[in-house]
Design a protein around this ligand. Sequence first.
Ligand code: GLA
Length: 363
Amino acid sequence: MKKTVLLAAVLLAAACAPKEPALKDVFKGKFILGAAVNAGQIRETDAKGDSVLFRHFGAIEPENCLKSMEIMPVFGQYDWTLADQYVSFGQQHGLDVFGHCLIWHSQLTPDFCYDKDGNLVTPEVLKERMKQHITTVVTRYKGRIKGWDVVNEAIMEDGSYRNSLFYQILGEEFIPWAFQCAHEADPDCELYYNDYSMHEPAKLETVLALAKKLQERGIRIDALGFQAHLGMDYPDLDLYESFIRRVKDETGLDVCITELDMSILPTITRSADVSMTRADWEHVLNPWPDGIPAEVQEAWNARMGAFLDMFLRNADVIRRVNVWGVSDGDSWKNGWPIPGRQDAALWIGRDYQLKPFLEKYVR
Ligand code: GLA
């Protein structure tokens, strides 16, 4: 009997104990905190993922379900099932809903840029198709999606334009055209250009020139998306910070940190040593298959914490920080660049607990 009473008292105390504050509330007034969601979270089959999402995040981006190949497997033929669920899910749970992405060379509808004979379409046809796709999608979610990544990953690290099908057919003009179509479809929607490795100097130069070109022509652009797929040894934090500030100083635009993760495992290029066997290579990329050493986890927490402090220091420029996945098990980094790794790249672990670097903010 005594034991039962004691247990009840312990449970009651636990229930009444003050909960840690939610991250989205801690950072309110600084930036919106979002997370990318996958199909399980959208369909609400991932109860644990959803519960931590609702508790700590105020916004969502879809990891895949709005990409052209997903929403439109054949040009002009849409399957809205998951995309509609995504937008309704966000609204039902009071989350700000963002769109990713309208025009991207990858995960692209296979026949977007080809005619029925398999030849590239003419510039006029591609402009028309882009307008049709962008107008259809943006109009469908008008007033419900707060901001769109209009163009994703069009500029290379050396500052040149990516030789995508869009570029091959329309040259640089495909980008202003995409923004113009998106703005006409929903004049109140925020519009972003989004890319990775924004710490590469030549790349940033071209992206800034692109932003200025849009501004000079009076075409709406609200912010630049820094994907922020970080590693333990890249990019340099001070350089990253200075580039975030340059965006504001040189264009007046804000920055969104759109796809934040930090691989705790090595990411290196294979060109280093051609004599390496596959097994050597896998060992280099997955050095701790039985568990990540404590000192490596501490170093990760220190580095992610330093980036978060930097984002907070620059909250006058950064309007949104979006982590690329809810918890570690969801991250694309688990399967890249080799399958079968267990990375730990996100803010919430496989146990659905906040990582230690966040403790000082929620205490
Ligand atoms: C890019 C895209 C994202 C995602 C990641 C890898 O960063 O913008 O949508 O596909 O690659 O998962």
